[in-house]
Design a binder for this molecule. Sequence first.
Ligand SMILES: *[C@@H]1O[C@H](CO)[C@@H](O)[C@H](O)[C@H]1NC(C)=O
Ligand SMILES: *[C@@H]1O[C@H](CO)[C@@H](O)[C@H](O)[C@H]1NC(C)=O
Length: 372
Amino acid sequence: MPARKQEFVKKGVGGPRGSSVINFRPVVSATSQRRSSAVLPSVLTFAVIVASGGLLLMIEKGMLNNMETPPPRGNGKNANYLQQVRHHDSTVDVESQILQEIRNRTIRSMCGQKNMPHNVWSLSAFQRKTLLQHILVSEEHRFLYCYVPKVACSNWKRMLKVLSGALPGVDAKGKMDHRADLLFLSDLQPEQIRHRLRHYYKFMFVRDPMARLLSAYRNKFGEIESYQKKYGAEIVRRYRKGHAKDTNIAGDDVTFTEFVRYLLDEDSDRMNEHWMPMYNLCQPCAVTYDFIGSYERLEADAAHVLEKVGAAPHLQFPERQSWYKPVTKETLHYYLCSVPQKLLRELLPKYILDFSLFGYSLPNTTAEHCRH
Ligand SMILES: *[C@@H]1O[C@H](CO)[C@@H](O)[C@H](O)[C@H]1NC(C)=O
Ligand SMILES: *[C@@H]1O[C@H](CO)[C@@H](O)[C@H](O)[C@H]1NC(C)=O
């Protein structure tokens, strides 16, 4: 009997947090004096931990053929970075800067490889189409936002509509239309696209890859009938014994394990956008984002972006909807451990760039870990 999805929903317990962010807490809550000197070594330690987990897998899978070490950053630059940290008082800013620095460095070194795309035009036509369809344009505020489903994208779309005057306020009632009143980069001509990619402020938001998958699974297969019919039924037919020829499947009881099996067999470039890797959706090697925010620190990072793009100071990023079910650490642990760990390990290479480029640690897939 498959575990029912809603069972483990705990209301109001903490928020969704990547372990990576939690790891920083002890460092950044120190006094501001100690903070600045303690920050850099821990950045490096953390980067090494993240990268080594990810890199090992990539080496194993032969994904790193012409990996080049990034050029050393000049001493002057490092000193500058520390100065910047010192001049910011709030712990929020320090955390964000550390994460940005980690993401910046890993992206620069991984994307520097020869076999990685270096701009939008070096992507395949299919990849480019996906990318351009996921980049929203604000002409008024001259920015590009690459949206990732399950990473607060509805609220960002709402915000874009408010910024363009199509919505009176972010809390406007009614279901969000994901297309109306929005301008996508794919709506524009190549010259216009080129111009905006070069001159507009570009950002995206990322989330712990496993928490995002779980969120997609719980939302789509737990709540949305069209997904149950379209994907759920297909998954049950393919992966549940004795149902290959079954024509009467509701698809509303797909287990997380069945979902993982399905993901393993899907092409990353052609998956449904709700589970397509963030890397494939937003192509951070082909587009140089100015800022990559975290879902785990949404409020602060969204405020940062809004300030950057010159939004009116009274505009606040909307709160999560009341029906929102957070993916807690406990929920994630439960679901990840409901899957044979060998299967989970096979899935990681598919999302390895999401883990390594954005600084999320890989889940612990030992049997021991799941005994707790
Ligand atoms: C990476 O660093 C460059 C140069 O310091 C900066 O302009 C850019 O905004 C940074 N990008 C990210 C994603 O933090
Ligand atoms: C995984 O979890 C187990 C048990 O909690 C722990 O002993 C082990 O060190 C962890 N491994 C990693 C790579 O974190």
